[in-house]
Write a protein that binds this ligand. Structure first.
Ligand code: ATP
Ligand code: MG
Length: 730
């Protein structure tokens, strides 16, 4: 994947400073050469804002006007910061700091803390939501999972708008916020949360900025030292700057004005956290001598994609929309965006995975494809569908399993117990590996029964339970394996997950996709309730959702797929409607057609419906073959039984299949799930197919996999050895 700027694998470093400017159009060049004084670039998506600022920095450095170490470039995601550093290096301007606000602040805070406060900087709190839950409990408030999320969001908002607990109710009233609970109650939880943090000597994400601001405000000597170091500031995605970040920027600048900001008010997607495009839109007012540049040429997307983006914005209302900029595509014509209505979510995921496979077959690389969704919980079904289709993928934005704090802790604890071996009294009564794992993880909060408690507690338990299951699977696969064998396996898995060797389709939330671009983008789950999301209620919140969709659309260079499903699960009631934002834009979606689409099975005129959609809608519910219950979870549907219904799986066969899969995966240089997922292998070990037809009907075995692996799998099922003829390149 390439982000922000499209790069070739081994680009030539421009020979001279002037050569750095060669790749820019006249307006971009104006921004890049205005090295003194304030500069503001106001422009739409894909017009080369990020490109203009990286070239600006590189030009200044190469021309000897800017000292590399005196420039601080800030952006909003680590990924974007990394991308910017890479681009700067390619332009011959390595050594320039490109960071997120947060990481720049954290670095300064760590450096100055001993001098400003004394001692070491307190630890960052790892599970904020859990701490908020605790604070609520102490205030005798019962918050469900959603309320907890919303109250945490309110505390974050209060902190970035520099509102103390006592002022929160008034601030809510003043800003017309729709507080999820009585503001007085939230203020109470907020106060308790701050207290708990202080008692435990921890700080949170927002504190990093607050404390840095505090230090720079109070200690002029430290502020001077920072200002001597950094003389020039560049901010990407400036429309999403929060009041707190702006305050920090002001403190960094002091009375100087060497500041260059770029942004697009139509892409403001963080106002729920207190960000506001006003700083961008009012830049001229604050800096009357600023050079203001507007860019309109869209270099990223085809006219077809740009047409849809412009259409979406044309319907927008509110402050940001007053400043919308019509984009003009500079690219050749490409395919029309494809709108697809599916019967249910698994059908949608399967359909999207199929289209992705076709694109890859037609020559688009997996790294140039993304599936973008509204909330991270939507990723699982796509992970499964892509794995089943044999397509490698990468998750972005969501925490990866091995990076979860409880998983790290658990792996450390298992490692400790393995090292202590017989000397660890924990293991006294644990005779086999699974019981050893349970004993160790029991000290970390694992219990045989899932907790009834709040979301965060449950999440933590789920992670530990997954490790317990992994221990059981491992023992089954390798009888006699020790705890240290398991720890080695865990470390290998952890390393493999970080290994950048798998070039995969990106799965990301729309928020995490900001600033990035791909050849093909699939925007999925575009139903009312998801886009806009149910909890967006006020007009402003709805407008922010529309901008989020605009951000999604404008990530695509060439191929754009937009899809939704009418029901959650097969056989479920087709009660969903496609996103209102697409009305009048998707073919045949005048209000009449839009109503037709809501009436059930029939698709809106002109929209495509994949064959799987039809197949799914007719197929009816999937029933558990053990107890007959209707299945709704993707994983259970794949197994064709409830997770906890007894399995009639041939365990020895399952192990042989897993061994075979490991070899295949190693030979192909891919992760094992790309060959077959565990669920598919279990289904095979339960069904024990004796011919290609019986194998083909198992979920997760498509025509392609049947072709590629069918002979091997059938040979293993028949009790023999898989054939030795490796079909290289087939
Ligand atoms: P966003 O608003 O999504 O952050 P952006 O305005 O920052 O977009 P860039 O990511 O800088 O846009 O550029 C979009 C794409 O267009 C990139 O692939 C970039 O390399 C390309 N591009 C920008 N300007 C030019 C140009 N003058 N000539 C050729 N390609 C360009
Ligand atoms: Mg950009």
């Amino acid at each position: 994947m390439t982000a922000a700027t499209h790069s070739t694998p081994f680009p030539q470093v421009p020979e001279t400073a002037d050569a750095v400017l060669d790749g820019l159009d006249p307006e971009q060049r104006e921004a890049a050469t205005a090295l003194n004084g304030p500069v503001c670039v106001l422009a739409g998506a894909g017009t080369g804002k990020t490109r203009a600022i990286t070239h600006r920095i590189a030009y200044g450095v190469r021309a000897g006007i800017l000292q590399p170490s005196s420039v601080l470039a800030v952006t909003f995601t680590n990924r974007a910061a990394g991308e910017m550093r890479g681009r700067l290096r390619q332009l011959g301007a390595g050594g320039v700091q490109a960071r997120t606000f947060h990481s720049a602040a954290l670095r300064q805070l760590q450096y100055f803390w001993p001098k400003a406060v004394g001692g070491q900087l307190p630890r960052l709190v790892e599970r904020k939501v859990q701490l908020v839950a605790e604070a609520a409990a102490r205030c005798r408030l019962r918050l469900d999972r959603n309320e907890l999320r919303d109250v945490t969001g309110e505390i974050e908002w209060a902190k970035v708008t520099q509102t103390v607990p006592g002022d929160y109710p008034a601030a809510v009233a003043k800003s017309h916020r729709d507080a999820p609970r009585d503001p007085a109650e939230i203020a109470q939880v907020y106060r308790m949360y701050e207290q708990l943090k202080q008692d435990r000597g921890v700080i949170d994400f927002e504190d990093v900025l607050l404390l840095t601001v505090g230090v720079l405000q109070d200690r002029h000597d430290i502020a001077d030292q920072v200002r001597r170091q950094y003389q020039h500031f560049v901010v990407d995605e400036y429309q999403d700057v929060s009041p707190l970040q702006q305050r920090l920027l002001d403190l960094w600048l002091g009375d100087r004005d060497s500041l260059c900001v770029v942004g697009d008010a139509s892409q403001t997607i963080y106002s729920f956290t207190g960000a506001t495009p006003e700083h961008l839109l009012n830049f001229r007012t604050r800096h009357p001598n600023a050079t203001v540049v507007k860019l309109v040429r869209d270099y990223r997307s085809t006219p077809q994609v740009v047409h849809l983006a412009n259409g979406l914005l044309a319907q927008a209302t509110g402050r940001a929309a007053e400043h919308r900029l019509e984009l003009i595509s500079q690219r050749q014509a490409g395919p029309e965006p494809v709108y697809t209505e599916y019967g249910d979510e698994p059908a949608e995921a399967e359909g999207v995975a199929r289209r992705i496979r076709d694109l890859i077959a037609s020559g688009v690389s997996a790294g140039e494809i993304a599936v973008l969704y509204r909330i991270n919980a939507q990723s699982e079904i796509y992970e499964q569908a892509l794995a089943d289709a044999g397509v490698p993928y990468l998750l972005r934005g969501a925490e990866r399993f091995f990076e979860r704090p409880e998983v790290r802790e658990a792996v450390v604890a298992l490692g400790g117990a393995a090292r202590a071996g017989d000397n660890d009294s924990l293991l006294d009564d644990a005779v086999d590996l699974p019981s050893q794992v349970r004993a160790v993880l029991g000290t970390k909060g694992w219990t045989a029964k899932p907790p009834a408690g709040s979301g965060a507690v449950r999440d933590r338990w789920e992670s530990l339970a997954a490790l317990v299951r992994l221990g059981e699977d491992f023992e089954r696969a390798k009888p006699g394996a020790t705890l240290s064998d398991l720890v080695t396996e865990l470390r290998e898995r952890e390393a493999a997950q970080h290994a950048p060797t798998v070039e995969g389709v990106t799965l990301a939330s729309l928020h995490a996709a900001k600033g990035l671009e791909w050849d093909a983008v699939f925007l999925v789950g575009l139903t009312e309730g998801m886009m806009p999301i149910t909890y967006a209620k006020t007009d402003e919140q709805i407008e922010e959702e529309r901008r989020l969709l605009y951000v999604g659309v404008t990530r695509a260079r060439v191929h754009l797929g937009l899809s939704w499903s009418l029901a959650r699960s097969p056989g479920g009631r087709a009660s969903r409607r496609p996103s209102r934002f697409l009305n009048g834009l998707r073919p045949g979606s005048g209000s009449r057609a839009a109503r037709a689409a809501t009436s059930g099975v029939a698709g809106a005129a002109g929209t495509e419906r994949g064959p799987a959609a039809r197949k799914r809608t007719r197929r009816g519910p999937v029933l558990c073959r053990v107890c007959g219950k209707t299945l709704t979870e993707a994983g259970e549907m794949k197994l064709m039984r409830c997770e906890d219904c007894p399995s009639d799986m041939d365990e020895a066969l399952y192990e042989r299949l897993r061994d075979w899969r490991s070899h295949q995966a190693r030979d192909l240089g891919m992760p094992p799930y790309v060959v077959f997922t565990d669920k598919t292998l279990m289904a095979i070990a339960e069904a024990v197919p004796s011919n290609g037809h019986e194998l083909a009907v198992i979920s997760g075995v498509g025509a392609r996999k049947l072709d590629r692996f069918g002979t091997d799998v059938l040979a293993i099922c028949a009790g023999g050895e898989p054939g030795g003829d490796d079909e290289e390149g087939s």
